[in-house]
Design a protein around this ligand. Structure first.
Ligand SMILES: [Mg+2]
Length: 312
């Protein structure tokens, strides 16, 4: 826990009032309330107030208030309140239920390839395709060519076409956002936060998913693998997102499903971190994030608490 939202050094009451006036002009309303509350306590000469996770300590005309973990006050400024101004989202398995789509698409592709003459058994084919995915990358666009070459020693175009068609049909049917994604994004936008997507997937694939799912208008910027040629946890995609949004690292949070990439990467750059446990494919025990969530609808509460710890 760090300290120091507002500090007064031997200031006269009128000066304090003027400074409070300026502080009170800061958004959002919750912060306004908190500062007025602090002022009221200050004026009534209460030296030490402690309640819940929040306390206000007034001594020698100094205010100290706890601030959320991962957020640090900036030195040299009398108002040292750090607000979250941006939210960075991973997309696959964080906003989009990507693996469910992938599993269903592969299942449908195998059914159609078997119908076109590819010998089974089915479960073995499915497993082989996923092995190629893990080896070549989950975004591999030539996956069935590779599988057919391995299995038959050649690409049979009847089987290939069947596989691609089966895959595409199921993909259309199963590509979906997790429950509550849309209302949460609306809520975060209404809180005034800028929003970005940071994905390790290729640019076109990311945009296809964003547009297909009606997410395009939420985001101020979209960072893909093609933008930095580096994958998370490299600091580059995170820094590029912050730069494009015009916010500092401590003013942003990152939400993602991959602890080693999304969480470790964001943490190293200095962002607050939220682990999308609902999308976790690795049975992660310790994410290392500031918050683990089981539903994305927990996110607005985390932001509200971070931006107004007194009211929380
Ligand atoms: Mg992901």
């Amino acid at each position: 826990m760090g300290y120091g939202v507002i500090e007064f050094f031997e200031a006269h009451d009128s000066t304090i009032r003027k400074k409070l006036g300026r502080a009170c002009a800061l958004p959002p309303r919750a912060l306004r309330f908190n500062i007025l509350e602090a002022y009221r306590i200050y004026n009534s000469k209460i030296n030490f107030v402690k309640g819940g996770a929040v306390f206000i300590f007034v001594a020698r005309k100094k205010f100290f208030r706890p601030i959320p973990p991962g957020i640090y006050p900036q030195p040299g400024n009398w108002v040292q309140w750090t607000m979250l101004k941006a939210a960075l989202f991973d997309i696959d398995n964080t906003l989009v239920n990507f693996m469910r789509m992938k599993r269903n698409a592969v299942d449908a592709a195998v059914d159609m390839m078997m119908d076109a003459g590819l010998p089974g058994p089915k479960q073995q084919l499915v497993e082989e395709i996923f092995q190629v995915y893990w080896r070549e990358g989950i975004e591999d666009q030539q996956i069935f060519d590779k599988v057919l070459l391995e299995k038959l020693g050649r690409v049979d175009y009847k089987i290939l076409a069947a596989g691609i068609l089966g895959y595409r049909r199921a993909k259309e049917a199963y590509l979906a956002v997790y429950p509550h994604v849309h209302p949460v994004l609306v809520d975060v936008a209404r809180m005034g936060l800028k929003m970005a997507v940071i994905s390790d997937a290729p640019k076109l694939q990311v945009w296809m998913r964003i547009v297909a799912l009606g997410l395009a208008h939420y985001f101020d910027t979209v960072i893909t693998f093609d933008d930095t040629k580096e994958r998370k946890p490299s600091p580059r995609p995170f820094r590029l997102a912050l730069e494009r949004l015009g916010v500092q690292a401590h003013e942003a949070l990152m939400i993602g499903d991959w602890a080693e990439r999304d969480i470790a990467g964001a943490k190293a750059v200095g962002l607050m971190t939220v682990f999308a446990k609902y999308g976790d494919e690795f049975n992660t025990v310790t994410s290392g994030a500031d918050h683990d969530i089981l539903d994305i609808n927990e996110l607005p509460g985390i932001i509200r608490r971070a931006n107004s710890p007194v009211a929380a």
